[in-house]
Design a protein around this ligand. Sequence first.
Ligand SMILES: Nc1ncnc2c1ncn2[C@@H]1O[C@H](COP(=O)(O)OP(=O)(O)OP(=O)(O)O)[C@@H](O)[C@H]1O
Ligand SMILES: [Mg+2]
Length: 592
Amino acid sequence: MANKVRIKFWKGEGWQQFRRLLIYFKPYWKLIAIAFVCALIVGSSGGATTYLVEPTMNKIFANPDKDAARIYLALIPLAVIAIFVFKGIFRFLQNYILRIVGQRVIREIRNLLYEHYQALSVDYYTDTNTGVMMSRITNDVTIMERAVPALTNLFREPLQIAFLAGVAIYMWWQMALIVIVIFAVSAYPVARFGGKVRKYTRRGQERMGVLNSILKENFSGIRVIKAFAMEAYETMRFRRENQRLYETNVKRVVFDEISAPAMEALGSLAAAAVIFYGGMQVVNGTISSGEFFSFVASMGMMYEPMKRTSRMYNDFQGALGASDRVFQVLDTMSTIVDEPDAIEMPPIREKLALESVHFRYPGEKNDEVLCGVDLEVKVGQTVAIVGGSGSGKTTLINFFPRFYDPNQGRVTVDGTDIRRFTMSSLRQRIAMVTQDTFLFDDSIRNNIAYGQSEADLERVVAAAKMAYAHEFILSFPRGYDTSIGELGVRLSGGQRQRLAIARALYKNAPILILDEATSSLDSESEREVQRALENLMEGRTTIVIAHRLSTIRRADRIVVLKAGQLVEDGSHEELLALGGEYARLYNLQFQE
Ligand SMILES: Nc1ncnc2c1ncn2[C@@H]1O[C@H](COP(=O)(O)OP(=O)(O)OP(=O)(O)O)[C@@H](O)[C@H]1O
Ligand SMILES: [Mg+2]
């Protein structure tokens, strides 16, 4: 899985990602520079506090000169307050600045990503899992946000450690060396535990992803599940995945919880050495008790920054991994783009045509779906396409709005290749009604006027009337302002289709591409949809994948598609008389 990508930054693998990520932070470089200065101040404050332990002990507690001790007694607490107030202010500034910058950057990247998704062509969407696309924009971008804060803290925390170590060495360098050796030796097992925790965290996220996709599938397919009485089976499937998630999480918990005690045990080793050897030195008078405690405090205060450093490093790694996934999407090029000098599509005057079109879907194993299709549709005509399931009908109509481009041959309008036209102008001139109607969670009025910025109610009503949708829309409590979400699943198949037809009528495009719904409606509803369609087709150049006899009868011409080729072409009567593929299909489908 993509999640497994582990960027070995120190080996240069993450350098590219990091550089690219920095581009998005660049506009804020001044703010980030301020944050670094703040981090410098915060980083040095720890050392300053432990440094004060020595005068506290030696100048106050162990000072034979009581007057001098009193002066220090007044000064040192003030110094402590000053240090912490200072530290607090700069720490706040640092974190505040970086988090705001982080939020701005993710806002930007999210918008870019969404824009990019919108621009990608249809084939990308057929090949990519929706859940994965969503997680890029929700999770991955959020993880990326942490890159720069993590980086600043990767500067601040080691700095803190360095200052504390500096104080420790200054106070007592021999002992400091011993403790550093102990720490260095103990770093290895601790790092190993950390690695395990990361591994199981990642695996847990993957399992959670699987669980999510099961949920998505089940909720949207609940009718099928119920119809097949598969509730128990689906519950089992869910339980199994959930169990896997549990097992991964248990492993993570073990390693997560073991690392702190392990670290403390090793720490105690250092502490014991310090007390034993250090106590001896203090008793012997080699070092003062002030130096001793200052040393101990410095060492003790190193624990937190060390823990934070490792966490920040993980955050940083995570951010690089996430940027890798996001950049992959941003680097995916749309397969269908406007030519640089594309022109506005002029009004269609004469004909629409496919010229020896060959096509196979992207992918190694796919066979040719269309092998040399020629088709001409005169302006104002209706051409019906019939053919068995899988013969390539839907594929064929998808060329007109350029959902796909043919591999060979061309699609033309009045002899000009449609690739010469800008996609937006081309698509403006085409209205499409597909087998499954998609309605947005918005008012009926806006659904009908979809694609137009301002919904003109008069035109919406006119379109709805022509689509025989006006009456049932008025029967809803809020009429045209009723939202689709409010209605939930209460729209019947026929009603949905009529809304789709109203939408196409409202668009009022000269070219109409129609993929008739295969599911049969009851005869009442069927008649209304049929009449709505007649209104829609009126005066438009129409290509329709026909499943209804009435549509076929109305068509000026019928073409028959079989195994990727047009095998017959003519009127209903002509083709019946021919007694070929059309006659066969007709007898199968429409004979009743
Ligand atoms: N995205 C795709 N990737 C690969 N192959 C595809 C894709 N879409 C369709 N096909 C294949 O292309 C062939 C033609 O499909 P198409 O959808 O055009 O058939 P159709 O004539 O519309 O069928 P139906 O009447 O069942 O809707 C089929 O063999 C199908 O499996
Ligand atoms: Mg189809």
